[in-house]
Design a protein around this ligand. Structure first.
Ligand SMILES: [Zn+2]
Length: 413
């Protein structure tokens, strides 16, 4: 267990407390170990007499008084937040929050904003100097061309409304889904890469790595050796962008399978793979975290957090997840905005989709947040024009735009 803070009793530290601390440390990376204390009331008071630095106190007993330099929280509260952000109490995540019953936690939102007020830093420390926000840009490559599975998939989404008992929505959204069946064939990745090159920005590209054991009906079915994929990977590398793994839902339960998928993508792309995101955001918090760490990923982005009724989790920040012994960790970057959530499940039309997207960007801008966006290159005729508009808007607003790998370089301890 790392000693990243001062504790009265070593036994008060577990993987959840470490996660809680990582969240605070990402909000204020300048915090050193003397500024994070865990212990009983009397011990904390003795340790915080005449302090001149800002201190976070986790109280194992009764809460001590907050002052200008002391931010106190009970251990139960700290554990509550850590459990919320790591989904520790969920046994399985299906990528649809309506089913998972997940809602944005108001206490957690308040806590993060109070913490920012407490630190009162003019400079937001998780943003590189001179920027007002950060756009973490990523793409999931689920389809190369519109195929029969994609078209059938639209019917699957439509039928989901019936499964969830949303009969009114079934009829309201019927036309939307029928129109989607007639989408163009070519997916828009190349055009998007050209736009990124023009703006001189990087992004992260999540590829599915197809092997015998993950050939499933709802998984992407392109091969990495396909010429279009080979060309696409080369174009991404030419842009200095990142290749990451869009792992199968099955590999979230099977470390050997995840290892095979990663190894295959590494060999085809000739790149080191740092990042993981499970297709459809499916994993099991009780099983998958150890599997991600065993496979030496530096980060995961499988948490989906649009904060719409389809989403599985929500905290507009990133944090570390630790293994039980506290010896290994992985950074979780929750994905806050996903085009398919608006366009598929919510069945937004072009106009509403655009409005909601700008709303998400404006919100990130006014709160100096890290906004992570995940695009799928869907072949609507207006799609790439809108992509350019979004990138341009973020640049105008003063965002830094990059992929996960490039941002990791900035936040490394
Ligand atoms: Zn996917």
């Amino acid at each position: 267990m790392k000693s990243e803070f001062i504790t009265e009793k070593q036994s008060d530290i577990d993987s959840l407390i470490l996660t809680f601390f990582s969240l605070i440390k990402f909000i204020n990376p300048n915090l050193n170990k003397e500024q994070f204390l865990i212990g009983t009331n009397d011990w904390l008071i003795s340790k915080t007499e005449n302090v001149s630095k800002k201190i976070i106190c986790v109280c194992t007993g009764e809460k001590i008084k907050n002052t200008e330099n002391i931010f106190a929280i009970t251990k139960d509260e700290a554990l509550y937040f850590a459990k919320k952000i790591t989904l520790a109490e969920k046994s399985s995540v299906k990528g649809i929050s309506e089913i998972d019953g997940y809602k944005e936690d108001a206490k957690l939102v308040d806590f993060i904003s109070n913490l920012k007020i407490f630190f009162n830093d003019k400079k937001i420390s998780y943003l590189p100097e001179g920027y007002s926000g950060l756009l973490l840009l990523s793409h999931d490559v689920d389809y190369i061309q519109t195929n029969i599975m994609y078209r059938l998939g639209r019917i699957y989404y439509l039928l989901n409304y019936l499964r969830l008992g949303k009969f009114k929505m079934f009829f309201q959204k019927f036309i939307h889904f029928i129109q989607q069946i007639f989408l163009e064939k070519e997916w828009k990745y190349v055009k998007m890469l050209e736009i990124e090159k023009e703006f001189n920005i990087t992004s992260s590209w999540f590829f599915f790595s197809r092997i015998t054991k993950n050939k499933k009906l709802f998984n992407p079915n392109y091969e990495l050796k396909n010429n279009r994929v080979v060309d696409l990977i080369q174009k991404i590398k030419n842009n200095n962008s990142e290749i990451a793994l869009h792992s199968s839902p099955e590999s979230a339960f099977n470390s050997i399978l995840l290892n095979e998928e990663k190894a295959k993508l590494e060999s085809y792309s000739d790149e080191v793979i740092f990042g993981n995101r499970h297709h459809m955001g499916r994993f099991n918090p009780k099983i998958s975290y150890d599997i991600w760490m065993e496979n030496e990923f530096e980060y995961d982005a499988s948490f989906l957090t649009n904060d719409k009724f389809m989403d599985i989790s929500s905290t507009n920040h990133f944090f570390k997840i630790f293994n039980t012994s506290g010896t290994k960790s992985i950074i979780e970057f929750p994905t806050q905005w996903m085009d398919v959530q608006y366009l598929n499940f919510l069945a937004y039309d072009e106009k509403k989709f655009k409005t909601e997207t700008f709303k998400a960007i404006d919100n990130a801008h006014s709160n100096n947040n890290v906004l992570s966006m995940n695009w799928h290159g869907i072949p609507y005729d207006w799609y790439t024009d809108f992509y350019r508009e979004v990138i341009d808007y973020c640049v105008q607003k003063g965002f830094l735009i990059c992929g996960y790998r490039d941002y990791l370089e900035f936040i490394k301890d």
